[in-house]
Design a protein around this ligand. Structure first.
Ligand code: GLU
Length: 285
């Protein structure tokens, strides 16, 4: 994509093409690069710009938000949001898998520069990482097999086996507030799908948008039941204390609301299945 942009810029410079905004080859929005002269000396933005790439942790097994395609590259709303940050820095985005229980570690040990991975902003996580955003607000929901008529919402979980991902806010919510439910956790939500099919667990719980992706893949097998019972504001995780970088990413998010890139990112990905939401106000805490 970077080379495409370079050649387009070369064409524009030659007077052959007028460039206003351009789209990537895959129809995904392409963010405008920020003038690198604006990056403060020694800032993460300058370092990443000089290095020419940013490493972004995302999900590889969540359709609509982050799903690895046949060529190994992930696609989804989170991936497109991460790409907008890379575009603003004028660098290549390198996506690596960041499963739910690994996200804080990956940021803390410097394996990734940011995490964009259906990552709920909360105070516990803020003790070890910081968050830009939110750029989307999801909510916890339940998925059951098509033939299940016993569970129609979170009031029906007593005595039921409920599957979720280790270290996730939905798993924590079940453990803390649904003492009569039996929580079963794995490293990823996809690990819950076969146990759900075979009846080893009665429900899978996580954010509605993640479950919507699995239902979209297997509409004859699974359904979502009940109302949302939490709020999950999705943030972009980054190293704790890097306020300059957090401000920069918040600027990128806000600009994407203004220039249509956020909406285009949604429409190309999650928007194929889900309604276009209102973009949430960024929280510059
Ligand atoms: N948003 C929730 C969380 O950050 C659930 C989704 C996920 O595990 O990625 O824990």
């Amino acid at each position: 994509m970077k080379n495409t942009r370079k050649s387009l810029i070369a064409l524009a410079a030659a007077g052959l093409l007028m460039l206003t905004a351009c789209n990537g080859d895959d129809g995904a929005p392409e963010g405008e690069p920020v003038d690198p002269a604006e990056f403060p000396e020694g800032s993460t933005m300058q370092q990443l710009h000089d290095q020419g790439s940013i490493t972004i942790g995302t999900k590889f097994d969540q359709p609509l938000f982050g799903l690895q395609g046949p060529d190994g590259t992930p696609v989804g709303f989170d991936v497109s949001i991460g790409q907008l940050v890379a575009d603003a820095l004028g660098v290549e985005a390198e996506f690596v898998e960041a499963q739910t229980p690994q996200r804080e570690n990956l940021i803390e040990n410097g394996s990734v520069d940011i995490v964009v991975a259906t990552y709920t902003i909360n105070d516990t996580r803020k003790e070890v990482v910081d968050f830009a955003g939110p750029y989307y607000i999801a909510g916890q929901s339940l998925m059951v097999t098509m033939d299940n008529d016993e569970i129609s919402g979170d009031d029906d979980l007593d005595g039921k086996r409920v599957c979720s991902a280790d270290g996730s806010t939905p798993a924590q919510n079940i453990a803390e507030n649904y003492p009569e439910a039996e929580l079963v956790t794995y490293g990823a939500y996809t690990d819950c799908l076969d146990p759900l099919r075979s009846g080893q667990v009665d429900a899978v719980t996580t954010d509605n948008v993640i479950l919507a992706g699995y239902v979209d893949e297997s509409p004859d097998d699974f359904k979502i039941v009940g109302d949302l019972f939490t709020e999950e504001p999705y943030g972009i995780g980054l190293a704790k204390g890097d306020d300059e970088f957090r401000d920069f990413i918040n600027d990128v998010i806000e600009e994407s609301y203004e220039n249509g890139n956020w909406e285009a990112a949604w429409e190309n990905t999650a928007g194929t299945v889900l309604e276009l939401p209102e973009p949430p106000a960024v929280d510059r805490y």
